[in-house]
Design a protein around this ligand. Structure first.
Ligand code: FAD
Length: 285
């Protein structure tokens, strides 16, 4: 019996694909390396993942977890062939709770969709990998993803309070929880976040949310040299008051607060930012 047929018996036909088109579609990510798996399994539940990993570990068949396939380092490439385990059908946002600012999600939820759902409840999920419209929360956990906001808000690890993870032998482990302060014992959540799927398959995630900021804006500044850039960043970080003045000054001077203005014009108008810097501001809504 083929591996595909064995897995159909174990998990049902609709969870298994071994046609050449599906295998090719699950062979790579956004990096250049690719290797087709023998079978793709589309998990629908923690129980599916548990049954699969138990089966695969008994038969010593390699399993490679896969989110949206938007990684840049080949992490989800099934380099040893075997089974590609897609988590993209486990894509429910189970809960977003305003009272304790916690979201509980399945790994296949697209990052931008979680952000939108949180925002609808006046909550904010800060991690913002540039691929957020395409990548999954499960992939973000495995890679500890972070984007431009990480300097201010931190990366994915800073928002994970609990996970459910299926270990290689099929055992299901729950660690952490929904309380924001959870300081006792080993930091197993921290161990799994960023482990690239090597320690287990994450099947449920509890995420800490923040109150939605009342407004936000982007300030971009261009400097002539790297050392000027670094010096400006250090000044921003060490002096909150000065940082506010720095930002407000350019907005007030523009006389069009929160609206786009050509970078050159603002640079000309902004005494503090004069010289080799150019600044523009945008309201992002
Ligand atoms: C245009 C572009 C921009 C990007 N920008 C950023 C950025 O700003 N910041 C950043 O950090 N990254 C960025 N990335 C990289 C990538 O988007 C992130 O690494 C993202 O977290 C990958 O998520 P994914 O769902 O696509 O995961 P995949 O690529 O499918 O998998 C990535 C890794 O996670 C593992 N994995 C996936 N799901 C699970 C699970 N449920 N349990 C256990 N392991 C799992 C896989 O085995 C693999 O090792 C970018 C990529 C692209 C293409």
């Amino acid at each position: 019996m083929s591996l595909g047929d064995e897995l159909r018996q174990l998990l049902g036909s609709d969870a298994i694909a071994d046609d050449s088109e599906t295998l090719a579609a699950h062979s790579g990510d956004k990096w250049f390396a690719a290797e087709a798996p023998e079978v793709v399994v589309f998990a629908r539940s923690t129980s599916d993942v548990s049954k699969l990993l138990k089966f695969a570990s008994q038969k010593k068949i390699p399993v490679t977890a896969r989110g949206a396939g938007f990684g840049y380092v080949g992490g989800c490439v099934p380099a040893k062939k075997g089974i590609a385990l897609s988590l993209m059908r486990m894509n429910r946002i189970k809960e977003i709770n305003f009272a304790d600012a916690i979201a509980i999600v399945e790994p296949g939820v697209i990052t931008a969709e979680l952000k939108t759902a949180a925002r609808a409840q006046k909550l904010f999920y800060p991690p913002d990998p540039a691929s957020m419209k395409d990548c999954s929360i499960g992939g973000n956990i495995a890679t500890n993803a972070g984007g431009p906001r990480c300097l201010k808000y931190g990366v994915t690890r800073n928002y994970v309070t609990g996970i459910e993870v299926v270990l290689a032998n099929g055992d299901v482990l729950r660690t952490g929880g929904r309380v924001h302060k959870n300081k006792t014992g080993f930091d197993l959540v921290g161990l799994f976040v960023g482990s690239e799927g090597m320690l287990g398959v994450v099947t449920e995630i509890m995420l800490r949310l923040l109150p939605l900021p009342p407004a936000r804006a982007t300030l971009s500044a261009a400097f002539a040299t790297m050392s000027q850039t670094a010096a400006a960043m250090v000044r921003r970080k060490v002096s909150g008051a000065r940082r506010r003045r720095f930002v407000n000054y350019s907005l007030v001077k523009s006389r069009m607060p929160w609206k786009w203005r050509p970078a050159k014009k603002i640079a000309r108008n902004s005494g503090r930012c004069a010289g080799n810097s150019a600044i523009h501001c945008a309201r992002l809504g």
